[in-house]
Design a protein. Sequence first.
Length: 143
Amino acid sequence: MKIKVLLLASVTLVVFVLGVAVKQTGYKILGASPVPASQIAVTGQALLVGLLYYALTLAGIAAGVVYDALGAVDDGTPITFKYIRQALLSARSWRGLVASPLVFLTVYVGVRSSPITTPFVLLAFQNGFFWKAAMSRIMNPKP
């Protein structure tokens, strides 16, 4: 089980770092042909920026899972660390880890800006927190 969790966390971290590296190429991603693989370079900056956005997204996912778990409990019920830990280890939090990069990196790579901006810092956390709402709108668009 721990190997699967480590593998999933590692793969999503690599996705974040590669998203930052693709953005650094300067290619306009949306509506254009794919970036040639020879142009993508994973620099120290790409690694650090990808790690920052990954950590912010993880924090958002954790905050969203804890918020939902606390909302499901009666007001008089005492909350224990064990209950919070179980919520964080639930399938919902791992689904968030898979879904969040899809939404965040699409916006991040598609918008021309410097690597780290306040709106992207906030978006990374917010995307982790609200990943379920974002994915439900993508999967079930209203006509």
